[in-house]
Design a protein. Structure first.
Lengths: 341, 341
């Protein structure tokens, strides 16, 4: 679109044999049209650019650095108040979530937590008590995940920004795409609860609790690795987005709606809010459950709760068998920053 | 001050035997006065609070995690466009500096770099070319410091925020305060150049170059450790602030102005800008040189450039011998966020 417009303008310039001062203005217009904004290309494209330009980045949930006879697993994630914290979220929960999002990436690799670094920026008029509540949430989460807070740094900003780094250890990290045909696709818990929670005001609702204080599946990740899961990733940007994230050429997935465990209550609540329940389940995310693949034999031995939701095929497409028996392709749509609203 | 006001208001309430609805309003006023803001206590106090509440934090330049037969050294630092990047700084330099500030903490521990993680947030209307310039600066800095970029994540924010994490290895980290009486105090290069550079517009000036593209002393840090330096820290918040940072009970420092290498040109430029050159040298920082202590014997063998600026004493104060022979105490004043303007 931009380039068509650009071609048109150059043609226009040539026709007019423009050599006067007006040129300058028109050239400026062209330059404005030429300069792509990051919102034109989207977050995933930006990350792809960084990965393409660094030889050492692992395109997985976390970085893997060979270290003595093991691997150092490291990951960082930044949360920004206006983008990542719902309005009804407490300061304590902000702190807790900033640890969860990072530990969740360790969980997806099957790593054992080693340490957490906290870099936060807060407005200078924030009350000291609120600052302490954030730190309290961070510390409680560190205790919950048995990951010591090993370093920290504070800054001033116009809103709360919490950037965490989680470090872990792992001998054979669980990668995103080592699955084979006929492996089962499963998740470690309920899905879509947080997505609905973001739309509800009742703080006592189970959905809101999932939205405001999600938990990372750190133990489950280590058990999945031990019991031979063939891949794993955490569900942050939505089930659909993560399925596309782990898809490799020549392989496809068939998901079955009836296996997703969507309750009538869930459907009713979504319907009352004029929301499509499948859209909530597939395209919002923030559940922090693990999506994993595993052979049938290994699944039977797995000592954790799980929900099989589908199977790996060689169809090269990602599809959903609806409850009514119809099959439709799942859209590659998830939560993404920058995308023009 | 706040508490005097509070006492006064409570007295006022008692005298009036206030039990009406107005109570509510006045109680609200009291509560507002009672709630301390983070700007009331300052950044160092906030960091102290975090350290006091986590048993695992090393109160040094970077975190130390025992790891196999060595130590994993990790540090994170967040740079925010409106606070840390001068207006004339290029996108490339923003990227470069975000690596430098983190690697500098590794340098201060004498660590060998292992990997760098980049978490950045950018406005959605940022041009893609500018995004690429930031990433270009990050990658060039990683090459310069021989630290691979191992992971990254992007986000949307209203201004550019770059949070980096540097990971390193070190057998016996160089701590902040293992010095003895009569150890010499030295720095790895010139001091105060960046501080003057922030005040000058001429991009070709050596001072501006130091301000816009500082370099971390990563090799020097490793050499200092190898040659028996007794402590080291990087000069980010100003020489005075760092001297107070490394001070331990019962020890003091005597710094000599004539050893600081302040040129006449420097003094003249400062004077023309109506600035106190000693204030620039002591209280601004951002030089990223290493401040270190070492015994006289070990200093003689040191194969790097350095400048001895003073000596460790048992005076319990930090003093400066001026060029005119007078001695004055150095103020504990450095760059600090939140402090009310």
């Amino acid at each position: 679109m931009l380039f068509i417009l650009l071609d048109y303008m150059i043609l226009f310039l040539r026709q007019l044999k423009f050599i006067q001062r007006q040129n300058l203005f028109i050239l400026k217009v062209i330059l404005i049209f030429m300069s792509l904004k990051v919102s034109d290309i989207g977050e995933k494209e930006l990350v792809r650019y960084i990965i393409a330009n660094s030889k050492k980045i692992t395109p997985d949930d976390a970085a893997i650095t060979p270290f003595y006879n093991s691997n150092l697993i490291s990951t960082c994630d930044m949360l920004i108040q206006s983008r990542h914290f719902p309005k009804n979220m407490s300061y304590y929960d902000m702190g807790f979530k900033s640890v969860t999002v990072n530990v969740s990436d360790l969980a997806a690799m099957g790593a054992k937590p080693l340490g957490f670094l906290l870099s936060m920026a807060i407005p200078k008029n924030l009350e000291v008590d609120n600052f302490k509540e954030i730190v309290g949430g961070v510390l409680k989460a560190c205790d919950y995940y048995s990951i010591p807070l090993i370093g920290g740094d504070t800054n001033e900003a116009s809103e709360i920004i919490i950037s965490g780094t989680a470090l872990g250890l792992c001998d054979n990290p669980l990668m995103k795409n080592n699955y084979k045909k006929d492996d089962l696709i499963a998740i470690t818990g309920d899905i879509g609860l947080a997505a609905l929670g973001f739309e509800i005001d009742d703080l006592d609702s189970i959905y809101v609790k999932h939205a405001l204080r999600p938990k990372a599946r750190i133990n489950e990740g280590q058990i999945l690795k031990k019991y031979g899961a063939t891949s794993a990733t955490d569900i942050t940007d939505g089930l659909a987005s993560e399925l596309y994230e782990i898809k490799k050429d020549g392989f496809g997935f068939m998901i079955h709606e009836e296996l997703l465990g969507i309750t009538d209550e869930y459907k009713n609540l979504a319907s009352n809010l004029n929301l499509d329940y499948l859209d909530l389940v597939f395209h919002i995310g923030e559940d922090f459950e693990l999506l994993f693949t595993i052979s049938k034999e290994n699944l039977e031995k797995l000592p954790i709760e799980y929900k099989v939701i589908g199977i790996v095929s060689d169809s090269d497409v990602i599809e959903l068998t609806l409850e009514n028996g119809f099959v439709e392709q799942i859209k590659n749509k998830g939560y993404e920053h920058y995308v023009g609203e």
